[in-house]
Design a protein around this ligand. Structure first.
Ligand code: FO1
Length: 311
């Protein structure tokens, strides 16, 4: 039965933003909320940086750099060159166009706006009508235990290029952070057509959100179908450290590991290829479809496949 009503998508990282765009192109703006991971956020050079929010914001605004997957298309790097010449920290690249977003977000937060309010203002300014919602307005920081000690997420992901061996993950502040109301409402929101776990890294980009008080229980109790897309394609990560991280966590780099990680939360798992033993009793229904998103059509086709799987 085709459910009308809203879709709530959960997104983090580059892969998540791609499907978020696909969903935004196949749904009317009032039918889609995108809740975004903020565990990657950090203050840098005095600026409040929210990478996963910006990846979705730029994707939906048609401003994203297709190659990098983060930051803006047509970027120039005068600020970084000038900063480097002054001996400033240059390991985290802030393009001249992208810089405006960080400056304006930082100003709004300093003026007392919540991250949700600041994000809504930036989205409106860029013509994005879909609601972009931080998973929480309270600070949550993903911290990575490695064989080189404890690293804040961006220091692990960008400055050290994910080279250290990961031995543990923590989401500092998650237990005291107030989840976005839309997340807590999942447990009894009968108007929802589907909840979509976009193809983000489950451990890095979805777990911070699931660590927020009451969110995992709300998702498990959700009356609407919960559809996840595995971030693995051809047995490895499309981009980013997913496969390396899974190996370091002692997990098989397989869709089965993704299904097990989401056990009890997901009704359907979309994968690019079947695996022996993937469909487990009590596990999610498996749907095999192409999940690699290179073009805009790919993004829309996968979004359609997700909505079909939910109906
Ligand atoms: N990723 C990199 O690999 N190198 C960078 O210099 C870099 C800068 C950057 C600036 C703003 C922004 O919003 C994202 C940026 N990213 C960079 C990507 C970011 O680290 C990741 O998108 C997420 O944190 C991973 O989900």
């Amino acid at each position: 039965m085709r459910r009308t009503g809203r879709v709530l998508a959960i997104s983090g990282g580059v892969g998540g933003a791609k499907l978020a765009l696909g969903l935004a192109r196949v749904l009317p703006p009032e039918a889609l909320d995108i809740v975004v991971n903020t565990g990657d956020d950090f203050r840098h050079l005095g600026l409040a940086i929210s990478p996963d929010l910006d990846s979705v914001l730029y994707a939906l605004a048609g401003l994203a750099d297709g190659e990098r997957g983060w930051g803006r298309a047509g970027e120039t790097w005068q600020f970084m060159a000038a900063l480097r010449a002054l001996g400033g920290e240059d390991w985290f690249a802030l393009g001249d166009l992208d810089l405006a977003t960080h400056v304006e977000r930082t100003r709004r937060l300093a003026a007392g706006e919540t991250l949700t309010q600041a994000t809504a203002a930036l989205a409106q300014a860029l013509g994005v009508q879909v609601r972009l919602l931080p998973m929480s307005d309270d600070p949550v920081a993903t911290v990575v235990d490695t064989d080189e000690g404890r690293l804040a997420f961006q220091h692990y992901f960008v400055r050290r290029r994910c080279e250290p061996r990961l031995t543990g993950l923590h989401f500092e502040g998650a237990q005291h952070a107030r989840p976005a109301p839309e997340l807590l409402a999942l447990g009894q929101d009968a108007s929802l057509r589907a909840v979509v776990l976009c193809p983000s890294n489950p451990w890095l980009s979805v777990d911070p959100l699931l660590a927020l008080p009451g969110v995992r229980a709300a998702l498990a109790a959700c009356p609407a179908p919960v559809v996840a897309v595995s971030p693995l394609v051809a047995g490895k990560a499309v981009k980013g450290p997913t496969a390396k991280l899974m190996a370091e966590l002692g997990l098989q780099v397989s869709h089965r590991s993704i299904a097990q990680h989401y056990a009890g939360l997901v009704d359907v798992l979309l994968v690019d290829a079947d695996e022996p033993g993937l469909a487990m009793p009590g596990g999610p229904r498996i749907v095999v479809v192409p999940t690699l998103m290179n073009t805009l059509d790919d993004r829309e086709r996968l979004a359609q496949a997700v909505l079909e799987a939910a109906s």
